[in-house]
Design a protein around this ligand. Structure first.
Ligand SMILES: [Zn+2]
Length: 271
């Protein structure tokens, strides 16, 4: 029920009819009522406005639920402590307000900053496959890491527990786990080359190439495969850089797709 319609119980209390009170008691009670009414009005003013379109008649249906995310985006914080990241993710950050649904400390401790059904501000502009508004479509998980260090086993174990929960509870397909750099390769490099994507895949999350799929067949178009897998190709050098970081753990390979890349992409597209 919306705030404007109120409820009979609340209206009855506000009428303040208490015949047994003394005059002084009545005055005190009336003052309390006024304070309560003021608080109530303040609360009403601060409550989120029901998002109704004035162009149409409001005929509410009970048949709906919260919007549901379909993909999970992993980040590293590029900062030096959980406390620093908690501050950044909850404040008017100098580079603009940012947030994430979850933050996992180097020690594996998990923090939730935004409810799953809400749109956290973690992905920014980018694209993955046909998804162009990643913030609306995803759950964002920040990993406490300076971008230049290996991720601790406690942190990865904790992440896997969270991924199991999210994929089960929110019905996000376990394969739909990507890195921030995958969707925005020209702007982002996280998570870094140290992130153990293969270990994650062995735990059932994300995807990893299978040796059993063998080499790519003759005529295999690796660039087309890179786009088909999901990478935006507007900046091909950046896209292949993100691909190399994720699937070969390297930041120093030339920005071309070689036979090993073709093998990897061929296997990924078979899964
Ligand atoms: Zn990020």
């Amino acid at each position: 029920m919306d705030a404007a319609s109120g409820s009979p119980g609340r209206a009855g209390f506000l009428s303040c009819t208490r015949p047994s009170l003394t005059i002084v008691g009545m005055q005190t009670f009336r003052a309390s009522c006024l304070i309560f009414l003021a608080c109530l009005l303040t609360a009403c003013a601060a409550a989120p406005v029901e998002e109704r379109n004035p162009l149409a008649r409001w005929v509410p249906s009970a048949n709906h639920n919260e919007r549901e995310p379909v993909i999970i985006v992993l980040h590293h914080t590029d900062q030096h402590s959980v406390q620093q990241s908690l501050d950044t993710l909850r404040s008017a950050n100098s580079g603009g307000k940012v947030s994430a649904h979850y933050l996992i400390g180097n020690d594996g401790r998990r923090y939730q900053l935004v409810a799953d059904a809400r749109r956290a501000w973690h992905a920014g502009p980018g694209r993955w496959g046909t998804i162009t508004d990643l913030n609306s479509a995803s759950i964002g998980i920040e990993l406490d890491n300076d971008g230049d260090s290996p991720f601790s086993q406690a942190q990865i174990t904790s992440l896997i527990v969270l991924l199991q929960d999210l994929s089960t509870r929110l019905r996000i397909p376990p394969s739909q786990v990507i890195g921030h750099a995958d969707l925005a390769p020209a702007r982002k490099q996280d998570p870094s080359r140290f992130f153990p994507w293969q270990q994650l895949a062995e735990a059932g999350f994300g995807v990893w190439p299978r040796d059993s799929d063998g080499p790519a067949p003759a005529g295999f178009d690796a660039w087309q495969a890179l786009g088909a897998f999901g990478y935006p190709l507007e900046d091909r050098v950046a896209a292949v850089g993100a691909f190399h970081r994720r699937f070969r753990g390297r930041d120093d390979l030339p920005p071309v797709l070689d036979a090993e890349d073709a093998r990897i992409l061929h296997s990924l597209l078979l899964q």
